[in-house]
Design a protein around this ligand. Sequence first.
Ligand code: NAD
Length: 320
Amino acid sequence: MGDYRQKEILVTGGAGFIGSNFIEYMLNHTSYNITNVDKLTYAGNMINTKSFYTNSRYRFFQCDIANNEQLKGVFDKNYDAIINFAAETHVDRSIKNAAPFIETNIKGTFNLLNYVLHGKADQFIQISTDEVYGSLNEIEPSFTENSPLSPNNPYSASKASADLLVRSYYQTYHLPVMITRCSNNFGPHQHTEKFIPKIIHHALQDKDIPLYGDGKNIRDWLYVEDHCRAIYMVLEHGKPGEIYNIGGACEKTNKEVILFILDILGKSTDLIRYVTDRKGHDRRYSINYEKINYQIGWRPTVSFEDGIEQTIAWYKNNLG
Ligand code: NAD
C-alpha cells in the first residue's frame, strides 16, 4: 500500500495574481490540501479565490507573513511544503516607498524560513523573479542561474535579499529550500496597475495608454498557467539548494505588446501616450530556462497570442 496521506501545502500570497492561479492549478491537478495565507493588501483580492473558496481541500487565513504572532496560528499543523508568493510586487511603488517591500519581501521570507528551520515544513520554494539579475542590453545572452545578482530598484533588491537569505539557510542548515526565478507573467487575476492589464483596461475604455521612455524596453513574457505548472514540477522533482529559471522565450518590446493588444481589440494607436521613463528602468530581461527544461522537463506551452486572447477574455468578463 502506498502513502495516501493528503499532502499539505502552505501557499502565501494566494489572493494575488500568480498565487491564486497556482492554487487553482493545484486543486485541479492534485489531491493536495492547500492553506492560503494572505494579508489582503491592495493587491490581494478575494475575487481571485472565488473558483475555489468553498473547496473542502482549501482554507484561508488573513495573515501578515512579516508578523510572527499572526503566523503562529497558521502553523497549527506541519506542512509538506511552503510556497512563498507573498510580496510587495510593484516596482513604481517601491521607488516611492520601499518600506513595505523590506518588511514583506525580506522579513516575511525570514519568518517563514525559521518555521522550516523548526521543522514545521519539509520543503520551501521561494518564488523569485528574473528582476534580481538586473538588466541586459539588446545583444547580451539571456540570464542563467549563474548570472550575478544585480538588482536596480528597491523591489528587485528586496527580492534578491530574500534569495540570499534562502540560499544561506541551505548552506548553513541544509534546509530543503529551492528558488524559482521567472520572467514577466500575464494572464487572469493580475492587478490593473500592471502593464498588460492596464493596456487592456484602458483600451476597453478608450483611455490613454501610458508608455515609458522610448517604448523599447524588452520583457520576456510567460502565460501564468505555464509558470504554475513549472512551480508544481519543481515541487515534485526539484533538488534542495537549487535555483530554477523559468522563462517564456518570448521577448517583446513594450510598444510591440501595446500594438498587439490594440490590434486585437480593434482600437486606435492614438491611445498611446509616451511618458517620462521610470527611474532605473531595466532595459531588457531575458531568461535562459535550459536547466529546468533539461533537468525537470518543463517548457512553456501557451503561445503569447493564445495567452493574450485568454487574458483579454477574462478581463472583459471581470472588469466592472
Ligand atoms: P501580487 O502583487 O498580485 O500578489 C501578492 C499577494 O501577496 C497579494 O495577494 C498580497 O495581498 C499578498 N501579500 C502582500 N504582502 C503580504 C504579507 N506581508 N503577508 C501576506 N500576504 C501578503 O503579486 P504576483 O504578481 O502574484 O507575484 C507573486 C510572486 O511572484 C511575487 O513574489 C513576485 O515577486 C513573483 N513574481 C512575479 C512575476 C510577475 O510577472 N507578476 C514574475 C516573476 C516573479
